[in-house]
Design a protein around this ligand. Structure first.
Ligand code: CUA
Length: 349
């Protein structure tokens, strides 16, 4: 599976942010920017952002111009004789007083307008639209995202990790909680932040209006590997989404050949079963991500690495060198067992 293709930003502000993002190494896969909104929630936040920036810029220009004018006027005033300081006439003093009052009043009005717009945008984006949202449950873990798709018919329930597929144009309702510490769900192109709190359920929603792969990131410091707790929102046309969902609902495919059969044996007889689930096999632990359709995912280690054979091998043998502090221990495997295990994991489409 190829890593997510970076998306090309569409406006100058996004391009600038793209350069900064790429320089910081954030642009490895998928594009992440609050200034390139792809849904109504992010759009409202971006519009609010630009309106505040515009007003603040105008105010800044006025204040700096007034300062320069005052300096210039003071500079041109003749130097007073000794003991003779410049005295304003009563009219000049009155004008100055009026000027101060107008400036204070304008400042108060601008600040109040900021408060009113930001509160009203906040409450507008918080309202979940009523028309049959898709329900998804997200559980935060140090340092990965458990993603569940509950269905009225529980046989259809399935689970994945670090990759949230959604249909374009349909509202998505996300119920969230955390297994350990506070995390925060943030996919800047799609929606603002919402915290995941242990022992408490929080709710957020979003709608992706154009197809694409949008990177998200934990936005609340949650320990050692907070920076490597990313996820992807994959927004696809309805039919594509439904065929993805149909595949995810199924059990893992049977190993198709002797190599993958040997790999399954390595998986089931090794430490992997202590933490992971592969449905249709005896592996049913829930400590780490569900691997039933691992090969269908774009990345491993919560958005840290593209999902390919080399990265998977490195991750299995020594996850601590890639993500120090991660719960997964290193696994000792001889080369033939590793090859078989990799073949098996890559067959989990
Ligand atoms: Cu999870 Cu930061």
């Amino acid at each position: 599976m190829m890593p997510a293709r970076p998306r090309v930003p569409t406006n100058p502000a996004s391009m600038l942010a793209a350069c900064i993002g790429a320089a910081l190494g954030a642009g490895c896969s998928g594009w992440q920017s609050a200034l390139d909104p792809k849904g109504p929630r992010a759009d409202a936040v971006a519009k609010l952002h630009w309106s505040l920036v515009t007003v603040a810029t105008v105010v800044y220009v006025i204040v700096i111009s007034a300062l320069i004018f005052a300096l210039w006027r003071g500079y041109r005033r003749p130097v007073p004789d000794q003991g003779h300081f410049h005295q304003e006439t009563p009219e000049q003093a009155d004008t100055m007083k009026r000027g101060v009052i107008v400036a204070v009043a304008l400042t108060v009005i601008v600040m109040l307008a900021f408060v009113v717009t930001s509160v009203s945008v906040g409450s507008a984006v918080a309202r979940v639209p009523g028309n049959k949202p898709l329900r998804i449950d997200v559980v935060g873990h140090q340092w990965w995202w458990e993603v569940k798709y509950p269905d009225p018919d529980t046989h259809n329930n399935f689970e994945t990790a670090n990759e949230i597929h959604v249909p374009v144009g349909r509202p998505v309702l996300i119920k969230m909680t955390s297994q350990d510490v506070i995390h925060s769900f943030w996919a800047p192109n799609i929606s603002g932040k919402k915290d995941l709190i242990p022992g408490h359920e929080t709710v957020t929603w979003f709608r992706a209006d154009s197809a694409g792969v949008y990177r998200g990131q934990c936005a609340e410091f949650c320990g050692h590997e907070h920076a490597k707790m990313a996820f992807f929102i994959v927004a696809e046309p309805r039919l594509e989404f439904e065929s993805w969902m149909q595949k995810q609902r199924g059990e893992a495919p049977e190993p198709p050949d002797s190599l993958t059969q040997a790999g399954q044996k390595v998986f089931l007889s090794g430490p992997c079963v202590m933490c992971h689930t592969i449905s249709g096999t005896p592996a049913a632990a829930t400590v780490g991500p569900n691997l039933t359709h691992l090969a269908s995912r774009r990345t491993i280690a919560a958005g840290t690495l593209p999902n390919n054979t080399g990265n998977l091998a490195g991750w299995i043998l020594d996850p601590q060198s890639i993500k120090p502090g991660v719960k997964m221990p290193p696994t000792q495997l001889d080369p033939s067992s590793l090859r078989a295990l990799l073949a098996y994991l890559e067959s989990l489409k």
